[in-house]
Design a protein around this ligand. Structure first.
Ligand code: F68
Length: 831
């Protein structure tokens, strides 16, 4: 009998109580089939691996969500301090295989897919990369949230859900072609929309003063054009520990009024256009990894991220504590990933003062105890500055707040250095000039309690150079946090054979305590172990060859030295130095100077910012040089140069296990840290590098005898600027002269006259900031030492093992423990 009172007949029950999901192969098979057939509605005739990938991912997602809820409850129950990693970029790559590993489902999934007659690798390959970042900074954010979950720290990542990620790169006639990356085209099984977490973001309008009910003077920001930010959450599992943290990405959406108002006025087309303007904010990731171009849309993106994330944290706060913010700073910490989200300093002030009625001083104290800033670059062209006029137009209230912060800050500076007007001008948050600009780095420093660089040298240079005045004012604010990478993705998952060999030798504790790798060192002296190490690495090289074969229509010689440089294309990273060396080797072959020759495959990959003229020229040069060399019958297997298109996270997972030599050859003082250097080292590659960024610490860890050092030091680079004469250096070095002559005579651009003139001119320019010519000779000599070592395979293998053994410091777990011990001070929460 149907019960008429059914609706109210039972007390409300917990709708989320469920028995735990099984973790065995059979459980996975059942869920896979249900997902495939019922949730996705596919049948036996559907042959696309994509749906099998989706069915498997949904099966995994259910198990993630189970643990996710337990993590929420544990954090809630503890009511502990939390940190938030604010970043415009999270370069996550693929999720499936990492989730399998972290949930401990690797073997069960393999068995399940085998039993179902499915090719797991094929499914995994059908997952698109989440390419929501440019390079190192974005990938660091991804490694960091992995480590936070593994260390059971209550940390949430906040970012933007770009509809289009980093462009996909094709090469046509040697040139980079950018294609849009519509990574969400086939949906995204890993995310959950949380419409209940939607916030209103104001833009434009103007401010006005008024008195509130208590007669207090207040500011209103009115007649704004609002946009909504909607939360999309992705689970971030720790390594086999039950913790699942959250990556919350904001999607911009039009407010309902937009539609209604305009629609009712009969202006349907205008209404849709307005909607587009709002939704454009999170449409695309800016593909510039260095210089800012001051576009209004970018400032809108930054503000949307800052405002939505802060409103979200404050909403949670107010829900449990009302308007009492006295404990807010003790319980919350925001880590700013570079200056990109640093408008958060002013936005937190606005929310506390305008919305929650706190007095300025109290709000400022909270802000300064809550924000921490990480700098990722010393390059002046990469320092963010926004035009005051643009700021006033787009975010008038925020501009007022920044002016107020600046006035109070400059009073502090005056008190510290009375009468020092030069210093006031230098330190002001507002740069005076023909157009006033807001210096975002200074806003971040003034509004934070911690400022850190990302490697020892970089942090030192920040203190002695770029931020010197601030360091003098607040020396204790400054600190170093040398970067790291997650050993789950970058060793355990991407190189399972090497991981298994390591585990066989020293046990598996290294996965969560990478310092354990030091126990491998004695195995470097064990001939049998060396043989196995060599075999495993050789297989990884073969896999790299197979992977590249389809794409490059070319077979690489696995016995050649695999010499790899993959990273964004930038003059300071000096892909040009690498090419000059390749041309030098080519000339030796042509001259028959090939005694004791070591066959070499030089692999280069990376994207150029679409507007970066020189970087695009460099790509063209690499391809043209490759085309000549690879087709020259005199060269044969002795030398190959390959440009690998569309370098991205999932490509690096295949590249780094198969690299012999890692090229880290930036001009000293220019690469803040580098993180590719760490991935290669972990996987047993040897480094040829300058004393720059984390290379210095890599060399310290592994010892000079296991590292190929070359080039000027940062000091030498600085002092050489006064009298740098590249043409004189070229004229004094016959081999270098011949290399430049070959470039100049058009050997690599026979039917494209003059196209490399700008490159040649930059190399010969006494103002060349990257001093490529200055380091050429030293680089060639280091490469000769590389060849000597490679010829003795026993010695090379020893060095390879010792590199892996010494890579423990470069785990992001170590980095995150330092962030936590010295900055965040969060408890570890068992789930
Ligand atoms: C992205 C956007 C903008 C506007 C500027 C820079 C970037 C960016 O991607 N920067 C970046 O990747 N920096 C790198 O950060 C890494 C992580 O700290 C360091 O290892 C690299 O040395 C640094 O270049």
């Amino acid at each position: 009998m149907p019960n008429r009172h059914f609706k109210h007949s039972k007390p409300k029950c917990d709708l989320t109580q469920l028995p735990s999901l099984g973790m065995g192969a059979d459980d996975l098979i059942m869920d896979f089939k249900r997902n495939y057939s019922h949730r996705l509605g596919r049948d036996e005739y559907c042959r696309s691996p994509h749906y099998a990938y989706e069915a498997l991912s949904l099966t995994i997602t259910d198990r993630l969500i189970e643990r996710w809820k337990k993590s929420f409850s544990a954090y809630k129950a503890q009511d502990c301090k939390r940190a938030y990693y604010l970043s415009m970029e999270f370069l996550m790559g693929r999720t499936l295989s990492n989730a399998m590993l972290n949930l401990g489902l690797d073997d069960a999934v393999k068995k399940a897919m085998y039993d179902l007659g499915l090719d797991l690798e094929e499914l995994q390959e059908s997952e698109p990369d989440a390419g929501l970042g440019n390079g190192g900074l974005g990938r660091l954010a991804a490694c960091f949230i992995d480590s936070c979950a593994t260390l059971q720290l209550p940390v949430t990542g906040y970012g933007l859900r770009y509809e289009y990620g980093m462009f996909s790169q094709a090469i046509s006639k040697g040139e980079q072609i950018e294609n849009p990356d519509h990574w969400l085209r086939n949906g995204n099984v890993w995310e959950i929309e949380r419409a209940e977490r939607t916030y209103r973001i104001k833009f434009g309008g103007h401010t006005e003063r008024h008195r509130d009910d208590n007669g207090k003077e207040k500011t209103r920001w009115v007649e704004t054009h609002d946009v909504l930010a909607i939360a999309y959450d992705t689970p971030v599992p720790g390594y086999q520990n039950g913790t699942v943290n959250t990556l919350r990405l904001w999607k911009a959406s039009a407010t309902e009024e937009f539609d209604l108002q305009e629609f009712n006025a009969g202006d349907y087309a205008e209404s849709v256009a307005a909607k587009n303007t709002a939704e454009n904010i999170t449409m695309v990731l800016y593909p510039n990894d260095a210089n800012e171009n001051g576009k209004a849309l970018r400032l809108r993106q930054q503000y949307l991220l800052a405002s939505a994330s802060l409103q979200d944290v404050i909403a949670l706060w107010v829900a449990t504590r009302g308007n009492d913010f006295s404990e807010f700073a003790a319980k919350n910490c925001f880590q700013l990933n570079d200056t990109h989200p640093s408008i958060a300093v002013a936005e937190l002030m606005r929310l506390l003062v305008d919305k929650h009625n706190l007095p300025w001083d109290e709000a400022w104290q909270i802000t300064r105890q809550t924000m921490a800033y990480t700098n990722h670059t010393l390059l002046p062209e990469a320092l963010e500055r926004w035009s005051v006029n643009l700021f006033k137009q787009l975010l008038p209230r925020l501009m007022e707040i920044i002016f107020e912060i600046n006035a109070r800050f400059l009073a502090e500076v005056s008190a510290h250095w009375p009468g020092d007007s030069a210093r006031l001008r230098r330190m002001s948050l507002i740069e005076e000039g023909h157009e006033q600009m807001v210096r975002m780095a200074y806003l971040a420093i003034v509004g934070s309690f911690s400022v850190n660089g990302v490697a020892a040298l970089h942090s030192k240079l920040l203190q002695q150079g770029l931020f010197r005045d601030f360091y003098e004012l607040w020396p204790t604010k400054f600190n170093n946090k040398t970067n790291g990478v997650t050993p789950r993705r970058w060793l355990a998952n991407c190189n399972p054979d090497l991981a298994a060999l390591i585990t066989e030798a020293i046990g598996d504790d290294w996965v969560t305590d990478l310092s354990q790798l030091h126990k491998l060192a004695p195995f470097a002296d064990d001939k049998k172990f060396r043989k196995r190490w060599r075999e495993v690495r050789q297989r990884a090289k073969q896999r790299l060859v197979d992977y590249k074969k389809q794409e490059l229509l070319m077979d690489l010689n696995v016995n050649a030295l695999f010499d790899v440089q993959v990273k964004r294309i930038h003059e300071y990273k000096r892909q040009l130095l690498n090419v000059l060396h390749v041309i030098y080797l080519y000339q030796r072959i042509k001259q028959g100077d090939t005694q004791n020759w070591v066959d070499r495959c030089v692999l280069i990959g990376g994207k150029a910012a679409p507007g970066y003229y020189m970087a695009k020229k460099i790509i063209k040069l690499i391809n043209n040089v490759a085309n000549v060399i690879n087709h020259d019958p005199d060269v044969g297997n002795k030398l190959k140069l390959v440009f690998m298109p569309n370098y991205r996270v999932s490509a690096m997972e295949k590249i780094c296990p198969g690299a012999d030599l890692s090229e880290q050859i930036s001009t000293a003082g220019k690469e803040a840290s580098g993180t590719g250097n760490m991935k290669f080292m972990m996987n047993g590659a040897l480094t040829i590098g300058t004393l720059d960024g984390a290379n210095i610490e890599i060399r310290e860890e592994v010892g000079d005898e296991n590292f190929f050092l070359f080039g000027l030091t940062e000091d030498q680079v600085e002092s050489l600027h006064q009298h740098y004469d590249p043409v004189a250096i070229i004229n004094q070095d016959e081999e270098l002269k011949a290399v430049i002559a070959l470039l100049e005579c058009g050997h690599f651009n026979q039917f494209e006259p003059g196209i490399f003139d700008p490159i040649i001119a930059s190399l010969k320019n006494p103002q060349d900031p990257w001093m490529t010519i200055a380091d050429f000779r030293s680089f060639v000599e280091a490469q000769k030492r590389v060849e000597m070592a490679y010829q003795d395979q026993e010695r090379w293998t020893r060095m390879s093992i010792l590199n892996t053994a010494a890579s423990g410091k470069f785990s992001a777990d170590r980095t995150i423990n330092e962030y936590n011990d010295e900055i965040w001070k969060l408890p570890k929460v068992k789930v």
